[in-house]
Design a protein around this ligand. Structure first.
Ligand code: ZN
Length: 487
C-alpha cells in the first residue's frame, strides 16, 4: 500500500526536479559559451542562421532568448553589424520571454554613422543613460559587455565603459516606462530593423547569484536629477558638445562625470595659433590619442588664423568643429580677445556692436564650422546691457547668417548665453542648437543648468538639437577653407 502511494509522489518529485533543473540555465559563477551544441538547451533561437559557429540575425525581430531567468549576470559578446543593422539586448523583461511584452532595460546595438539611423549608438542603456557616440563601425568586430550586479548596471564596448547606472529605490519613470525595473527574468538579443545583419562570433554568459554587496541608494532629493532622468527617458539628446580637458580634468574624469549624471560629452581640442594643436601633424597625433574614447571628438577653431594652419582633410577627422567670434581685429587693426578686458577696446557702444555683428557674419559665412559657440558674448563693459544692445535687428542678422550656412547655435551654460529672446528667434527660424559648458577647470562641468532651463522655457525638442554630420557630409570637405583670414 505504501509503495502505491510513494511511487507517484516520487515520480512527481523527479519530474519537478528535472523541470527546475532544465530551467536553471548555465552554472552560476561560471562563464559559459553559448554555442550550437548547448543552444537548444538554454536558448530559444528565432530566425537565427548558424554558419561556421557564428549566429546571424538578419530578419527584423530575429532573436536569441534565454529559457532561464536571471537577476544578476555578466554577458559578453563579440559581434559585428553590417549595413546599418540595429539590435537590442533586452533584460529584466518582466514576465515573458516574448519581446512584444518587453518592459525591461535595453542596450542598443547600432553603429550607423551620425545623422543616419537611430541616434543612439552601441552601448547605450536606452532611455536611462543614452549614448550618442559611435563606439564601433559597421563591418568591424567589437566586444560588448553587459552586467547587472544588485542595483548596478554596466555596459562596456571594447573595454571602455559606455553606460553605468544605479537603479535607486522606487525609481521615477515616465508613464510608458513603468515597469522598467531590475528583476529576475529572461535575456534576449534581438534584431531591431530590416537592414543588414548582426553577426555574433562569441556569446558568453555568467549567472551570478551571490547577494550583491552594493547598497541600493534612495532617490536623491534633487530636482535637476529628475529633470535629466525624465529627458533621458524621452530620449532627448543631452549632449554637452563643449567640454575641455583643462585645469587638470582628465578624459576618465570627464567620462565618469557624464555617466554619473546622465549626459554625453563632446571633448574639444583648442586648435590655432599659440594653442596645443597648431598643424596637421599635431592634430593627427591628438586625434589618434583619443580615438577609442567614448566621446565626440571636437575641434575648437581658435583665433581667426586657424584656417591657414590645417588642411580640410585633417580637420575632417573631427566629428564636428566650432568657433566663437570673441577674437578678431577691429577697424583700427587691434587684435581683440573680448574676454580679456585689457585687450578689448570699446570707444562707441553702438559702433562696437555693429562691428561685432559684422564680424560674426564674416566668420560664420567664411569659416566652414558646425557650431557658433560662446554666442553673442559681450565684453565685460557691455555685458550688463545685453538685452538693450542685442536689438531685434542685430539678432535677426545673426540668425540669418546661421541659417544660410547651416551653423548650429550653442546654448552656453557657462555664460548663460544667448538670451531666451535670442533663442526663441533662432528656433522660429529653424536653427539647430547644441549645449555647451566651455569649462576651464576640473570642477566646473556642472550639469547643463542653463540648457535645461532653455529646453523648458523655449520648448526645445529632440529635433531642434544639432547632431554631427555623417563622414561624407562634413562641411569642411564640402565647403573647404576660405582663401584668407575672415575677421
Ligand atoms: Zn571652448
Amino acid at each position: 500500500m505504501l509503495y502505491k502511494k510513494v511511487l507517484p509522489a516520487l515520480l512527481v518529485l523527479t519530474f519537478a526536479v528535472y523541470f527546475i533543473a532544465s530551467y536553471k540555465g548555465p552554472e552560476s559563477g561560471v562563464l559559459t559559451s553559448v554555442n550550437s551544441v548547448n543552444m537548444d538547451k538554454y536558448w530559444r533561437a528565432k530566425e537565427v542562421k548558424v554558419e561556421e559557429g557564428q549566429f546571424k540575425l538578419e530578419k527584423n525581430s530575429a532573436s536569441i532568448t534565454s529559457r532561464f531567468r536571471l537577476r544578476n549576470f555578466e554577458m559578453y559578446f563579440r559581434m559585428k553589424t553590417t549595413n546599418g543593422a540595429m539590435g537590442q539586448l533586452n533584460f529584466a523583461t518582466a514576465k515573458s520571454y516574448d519581446v512584444k511584452n518587453f518592459r525591461g532595460y535595453t542596450v542598443m546595438i547600432n553603429n550607423s554613422d551620425y545623422s543616419t539611423g537611430n541616434a543612439q549608438k552601441t552601448g547605450s542603456l536606452s532611455k536611462i543613460r543614452n549614448n550618442f557616440v559611435r563606439t564601433a563601425e559597421d563591418n568591424e568586430w567589437f566586444d560588448l559587455t553587459v552586467s547587472v550586479d544588485g542595483s548596478h548596471i554596466e555596459v562596456s564596448v571594447n573595454g571602455k565603459m559606455i553606460s553605468e547606472y544605479d537603479e535607486p529605490l522606487n525609481p521615477k519613470r515616465i508613464e510608458r516606462l513603468t515597469g522598467m525595473i531590475l528583476s529576475r527574468s529572461f535575456i534576449s538579443l534581438r534584431k531591431a530593423n530590416d537592414q543588414g545583419e548582426i553577426v555574433v562570433a562569441e556569446m558568453k554568459i555568467k549567472p551570478n547569484t551571490e547577494k550583491s554587496s552594493r547598497a541600493i541608494l534612495a532617490v536623491k532629493a534633487d530636482t535637476l536629477t529628475d529633470v535629466i532622468d525624465s529627458l533621458n527617458q524621452r530620449e532627448f539628446p543631452l549632449i554637452d558638445f563643449h567640454v575641455h580637458l583643462k585645469g587638470g580634468l582628465t578624459m576618465d574624469q570627464a567620462c565618469q562625470h557624464a555617466r554619473a549624471n546622465g549626459l554625453c560629452y563632446g571633448v574639444a581640442a583648442n586648435c590655432g595659433l599659440k594653442f596645443p594643436v597648431t598643424s596637421d601633424s599635431t592634430l593627427n597625433i591628438y586625434l589618434s590619442s583619443i580615438k577609442k574614447e567614448p566621446v565626440f571628438k571636437a575641434m575648437q577653431c581658435e583665433g581667426r588664423e586657424w584656417v591657414t594652419l590645417f588642411t580640410p582633410e585633417a580637420v575632417a577627422g573631427f566629428d564636428y568643429i566650432f568657433t566663437d567670434a570673441m577674437t578678431w581685429t577691429d577697424h583700427q587693426g587691434r587684435r581683440m580677445r573680448l574676454w580679456m578686458p585689457d585687450e578689448t577696446f570699446v570707444e562707441n557702444d553702438q559702433q562696437f556692436m555693429d562691428m561685432l555683428v559684422g564680424k560674426i557674419e564674416a566668420v560664420m559665412e567664411g569659416e566652414p564650422v558646425d557650431i557658433y559657440v560662446n554666442p553673442t558674448f559681450l565684453p565685460a563693459q557691455l555685458a550688463p546691457r545685453y538685452d538693450e544692445l542685442w536689438t531685434a535687428e542685430r539678432m535677426d542678422r545673426v540668425v540669418d547668417v546661421l541659417m544660410r550656412n547651416q551653423v548650429a547655435l550653442e546654448i552656453n551654460a557657462r555664460y548663460k548665453i544667448p538670451s531666451i529672446a535670442f533663442i526663441k528667434k533662432a528656433k522660429a527660424a529653424g536653427v539647430k542648437f547644441s549645449f555647451g559648458t566651455n569649462n576651464v577647470k576640473n570642477d566646473d562641468l556642472y550639469r547643463l543648468e542653463y540648457g535645461l532651463k532653455v529646453i523648458k522655457e523655449v520648448g526645445l525638442t529632440a529635433d531642434d538639437i544639432f547632431m554631427p554630420r555623417a563622414k561624407g557630409e562634413r562641411k569642411i570637405l564640402k565647403k573647404g577653407l576660405p582663401a584668407k583670414v575672415t575677421g
